[in-house]
Design a binder for this molecule. Structure first.
Ligand code: GH3
Ligand code: MG
Ligand code: MG
Ligand code: MG
Length: 313
């Protein structure tokens, strides 16, 4: 949700009223005014422009205001975006009738004003509603930030194990549905305990950061991701990639980690290296993602035993 001006939508079938209300609202300097002449236009504008607040006249030429608000409150209009904010709705009506007021609020309205409406009251009510909209924006920004933090590894800034587990399950299901292959690469830094022992834990941390970046930069597709799986282990998910493609990605990762040229006295040829275990499958109902993970782990184990600094499938 971009910060900035609030978008106010005025829905009124009388062009004189639209102009009048529009001019009144234009006095608010942090507001952009959108105008709709009927319910149909309003629905298009809501779906396209996502206004922050809506003023609805009770008698529109194509539907009554209460019906429009029922449609607005039906989430389909706004898509299933979980970050869809509550849009306050203020009814305007020239009819003074408690039942209509009650119906309007029950249908999803937040306030009800009688026409002719006092400019001072209208502006005050809008200010009050926008206060709530402003708080919602803050809450959603905090929510997005928390969500980001909860899926990122604090040290290396790549996604964390939680992200990996969730994404693996999601991608397994997606690949099952779309009948496309799914590949995994498990990556483990070689002789890392000795690196820590020789160069210190802080140097170890810096090394993990550099390795994480090198791995991440070896991915070229948006749907690919590499996460910190634990300690000095990383895991890449490659949806829609077959075994040969995954081996190619792992080879690229291997080269890029070697090109870091991080000295490691006890390492292979004096440099930091990693071992890569690759596994690939076509997800099927009788198999599951854990089996794929297990297969990648076996490949990694084999790579370790075959001498490290290599990719094995
Ligand atoms: P191998 O080649 O068989 O993988 O040997 P290794 O020494 O890399 O494997 P081992 O599992 O014995 O040691 C992993 C080391 O990684 C031990 C642990 O202290 C270190 N480590 C795990 N997480 C971190 C971290 O966040 N920072 C640092 N500096 N070290 C870490
Ligand atoms: Mg390890
Ligand atoms: Mg290791
Ligand atoms: Mg080990």
């Amino acid at each position: 949700m971009p910060a900035g001006k609030y978008k106010l939508l005025v829905v009124d079938s009388s062009s004189a009223n639209r102009t009048l209300i529009g001019e009144c609202l234009a006095q608010l300097d942090d507001v952009d005014v959108l105008l709709a002449a009927d319910g149909g236009e309003a629905i298009d504008l809501i779906a396209g422009a996502h206004p922050d607040l809506i003023l609805v006249d009770m008698n529109l030429r194509d539907m009554d205001g209460i019906n429009l608000v029922r449609k607005i409150r039906n989430r389909e209009l706004l898509g299933s975006d979980e970050l869809t904010l509550w849009m306050p709705v203020i009814f305007l009506s020239s009819v003074m009738d408690d039942d209509i007021v009650a119906q309007g609020i029950i249908a999803g309205g937040d306030d009800f004003l009688h026409k002719p409406v006092s400019e001072v009251i209208l502006l005050a009510k809008i200010r009050a509603m926008l206060r709530i909209v402003g708080m919602q924006r803050d809450i959603h920004a905090a929510h997005r930030r928390l969500k980001q933090i909860s899926t990122l590894d604090g040290l290396t800034c790549v996604p964390n194990r939680r992200y990996f587990d969730d994404t693996l399950n999601i991608e397994w299901k997606r690949c099952l549905r779309t009948e496309t292959p799914l590949s995994l690469i498990l990556i483990d830094v070689d002789f890392f305990k000795q690196f820590n022992d020789g160069y210190g834990h802080q140097a170890g941390d810096q090394c993990l950061k550099a390795v994480a970046s090198a791995l991440n930069e070896s991915l070229f597709r948006v749907e690919d991701s590499v996460a910190r799986y634990g300690g000095e282990e990383f895991a890449a998910i490659l949806p829609g990639t077959d075994a040969a493609g995954a081996v190619a990605v792992a080879e690229r990762m291997l080269a890029s980690t070697r090109e870091l040229r991080i000295p490691h006295e006890k390492g292979i040829e004096g440099l930091i290296s990693c071992s890569f275990g690759v596994a690939s499958t076509h997800p099927a109902p009788e198999r599951n993602a854990q089996e794929l993970l297990q297969a990648a782990d076996s490949s990694l184990y084999a790579a370790k035993h075959a001498g490290r600094n290599m990719v094995l499938l």
